[in-house]
Design a protein around this ligand. Structure first.
Ligand SMILES: NC(=O)c1ccc[n+]([C@@H]2O[C@H](COP(=O)([O-])OP(=O)(O)OC[C@H]3O[C@@H](n4cnc5c(N)ncnc54)[C@H](O)[C@@H]3O)[C@@H](O)[C@H]2O)c1
Length: 353
């Protein structure tokens, strides 16, 4: 922002609540899928429109299950923001009655670097993850029969968002199969499906039964190491959205066609594709990025299992956050802190203020 004397004046700082984020995104799932495709294309073009350095994982020696991840990024072109998502994962929260993940996103102006807003980030993160999964489901199933039997392995909040976005993307399921290590969680998800008017849910008592009876399999567990290790469960060649990244053994990865969002990002942090690289010493098992599929430079096979493993790109969080910021910042109920940046005179003011 520039005033009449051409001095750059930082704008007011906005605080955007989860309720406002929800209002900006709910019911706009199709628009979000298009926006995420735009984000992937900006990133994939590789012409400097995006900057997406490695995520930083803060871990706690005495609490190995917990982590907080920092995802800094910048998106140029017409979007023009930088920022960071700071997202915690504390799996024991679920037993205490609150979701596993919590997050904030800070958006920065690319002209001054000044922060523009702090947004509740868990909904933004779930929405961008689900929009990416739905985009992948549609584009990776082209040429195959449209998936009609959905299998959800790990039935938490991310799985709920993914189901909502798959339906918004136009996929119609005759059956939805569920499997979760906790029967209570699977029951909770079945209740959500019923309220959403979805196809009747069948709860399976094993991952094998679920995988064998599904042509689209979504992994959204909190497993830290592979628990699905039998390639024979995949002989019907399903499409797999491996959103939780660490469920599949290297043998299953090596037996399949693997699509990732970003090769450098995904082959890190003990993801299943990373374990396969450690086993073989090469990256030959990575066939393409989703960008390659979007641009038509790679056509996924129809006679092999196709696995999409998205590491999750900070640029996608920023694209969605920028959209929410533009929707909310001008609204009457926007919370803005006008004097958030106080020390704006380099040598102090001569009126002693
Ligand atoms: N790739 C990405 O971009 C991305 C983005 C967001 C979240 N995620 C991942 O999605 C996953 C799910 O997140 P959430 O917020 O829904 O978590 P959540 O805790 O709400 O749900 C996870 C569910 O998985 C179940 N589970 C754990 N281990 C299992 C196993 N071995 N077999 C079957 N079920 C199992 C749990 O009982 C729980 O119900 C997390 O691993 C998270 O890191 C990935």
């Amino acid at each position: 922002m520039t005033d009449s004397s051409s001095q750059v004046v930082p704008g007011p700082f906005a605080v955007i609540s989860g309720q406002q984020v929800h209002r900006a995104l709910h019911g706009r799932e199709k628009d979000m899928i298009d926006l995420i495709e735009h984000g992937y294309r900006l990133h994939g073009n590789g012409d400097g429109a995006t900057v997406n350095p490695p995520s930083y994982f803060l871990r706690f020696p005495n609490q190995p299950a917990n982590r907080i991840i920092a995802l800094p990024a910048a998106v140029g072109d017409e979007i023009g923001v930088a920022g960071i998502k700071w997202i915690s994962s504390f799996p024991a929260n679920v037993a205490k009655g609150v979701p596993r993940a919590s997050a904030v996103v800070v958006l920065n102006d690319l002209e001054t670097g000044y922060p523009l807003a702090c947004l509740e980030g868990s909904i933004i993160s779930a929405a961008r993850t689900a929009a990416s999964a739905a985009l992948a489901a549609v584009r990776l199933s082209e040429g195959r029969e449209r998936p009609r039997r959905l299998g959800v392995l790990g039935t938490g909040l991310i799985a709920r968002y993914i189901h909502t976005y798959l339906v918004a993307a136009g996929l119609e399921f005759e059956e939805v199969g569920l499997y979760d290590a906790s029967a209570e969680h699977a029951r909770g998800f079945a209740g959500y499906l019923e309220r959403a008017g979805a196809a009747k849910a069948t709860t399976h008592d094993s991952a094998e039964g679920l995988i064998r009876s599904s042509d689209l399999v979504v992994f959204a567990t909190t497993a830290g190491t592979p628990h699905v290790t039998e390639p024979a469960w995949f002989t019907h060649h399903p499409l797999v959205l491996h959103v939780s990244l660490r469920d599949l053994s290297p043998e299953i990865i090596l037996d399949s066609c693997n699509i990732v969002d970003d090769v450098e990002h995904c082959l890190k942090a003990q993801t299943s594709p990373h374990l396969a690289e450690e086993l073989t010493g090469n990256r030959d098992h990575i066939h393409a990025t989703l960008f390659d599929v979007l641009t038509g430079s790679f056509t996924p096979p129809t006679d092999r299992t196709v696995i999409f493993s998205p590491f999750g790109l900070g640029v996608l969080d920023l694209v969605v956050s920028d959209h929410v910021y533009r929707q909310v910042a001008g609204c009457p109920d926007a919370v803005v802190v006008d004097d958030f940046f106080h020390e704006l005179s380099r040598y102090g003011k001569d009126n002693g203020a």
